[in-house]
Design a protein around this ligand. Sequence first.
Ligand code: HEC
Ligand code: HEC
Ligand code: HEC
Ligand code: HEC
Ligand code: HEC
Length: 174
Amino acid sequence: MKETLVFMGGVVVLLAGGGLVLTTSPWQAQVEQPIAFNHAKHSPILACTSCHSGVEVGVAATIPQADKCMVCHQAPVSSSPEAAKVKVFAEQGRQIPWVRLFDLRDDLIFAHKPHIQKGLACQTCHGDIGSMARITQGFGTEGVNGLRGRELMARCFSCHQARGVSTDCVTCHK
Ligand code: HEC
Ligand code: HEC
Ligand code: HEC
Ligand code: HEC
Ligand code: HEC
């Protein structure tokens, strides 16, 4: 009980700070992806939701596989050796093993749909991904530092509180 009270105090302090963006901690290491995907080069030509097609309808946003990339990369759109890797994955019929950067623990409850339906922009929680060549912030994955634990929770919590969305523990914790 004492633990909870101390923690609640932490939330109030963070609320006074007012920050709602989930991703503020710089990563200490750069994640190496199987293909060095570049958001800044794709966002001007394609909507976030056409690649992350789960975002408006379900729990997971989903990360696209080679079949979606090949719609354009069948043609020689880029001379980058990284782009050439897309074709190799497609021809071999292999899944691209993307490393997850924003990954909540399995004992937490989150779905994109209610947030997107309320009109929240991707940027609110992920930062300005569309202008990044490489994603340099996240919740952190194993071996990579990011916003985690109570610090991360405070970001969820403070927005829920500000907007009158449920802050019962069981809303987010299984
Ligand atoms: C709507 C068409 C389209 C789709 C879909 C698409 N790409 Fe591209 N991609 C391009 C174009 C055009 C370029 C060249 C951009 C430039 O050089 O300015 C490019 C460039 C690249 C590059 C080189 C980046 C760099 O820094 O030079 C990589 C790597 C790449 N794409 C990977 C992917 C992957 C992986 C997917 C699927 C998840 C994908 N692309 C889906 C059109 C597309
Ligand atoms: C051409 C397809 C494509 C488009 C368009 C695209 N993305 Fe992505 N996105 C990817 C791929 C591939 C990855 C995995 C590689 C990486 O992390 O850079 C990714 C990764 C991400 C991640 C990290 C997910 C995780 O947990 O690892 C976020 C967040 C994200 N994208 C948000 C966005 C937003 C916001 C936009 C629009 C501004 C956008 N994406 C546009 C293909 C795309
Ligand atoms: C309210 C905060 C919030 C908003 C708004 C939001 N996301 Fe997310 N996103 C998250 C969280 C939290 C996760 C981690 C989910 C998990 O691990 O279960 C995530 C994960 C992802 C992933 C990783 C792959 C996956 O299937 O989960 C991608 C890609 C992504 N988001 C893209 C987007 C895009 C594109 C938008 C805008 C259309 C968006 N997100 C809006 C919080 C948000
Ligand atoms: C709006 C969503 C949300 C609500 C409501 C919420 N939490 Fe959390 N909580 C989270 C997230 C997200 C994390 C971070 C998990 C991670 O690091 O992956 C977290 C982390 C925690 C942690 C730290 C666990 C660790 O190992 O670091 C504790 C303790 C905790 N929550 C307790 C509570 C209690 C008690 C309540 C009810 C008063 C509560 N939470 C309500 C989202 C929420
Ligand atoms: C910027 C504001 C904001 C942030 C940040 C945010 N949420 Fe939410 N959340 C909302 C809103 C708005 C709703 C929609 C409530 C509704 O549909 O009436 C919602 C709904 C939810 C729901 C569904 C609640 C229900 O009653 O069905 C869950 C679960 C949830 N959020 C978890 C999280 C977690 C976990 C995080 C952090 C990783 C988070 N949220 C971050 C604003 C936010």
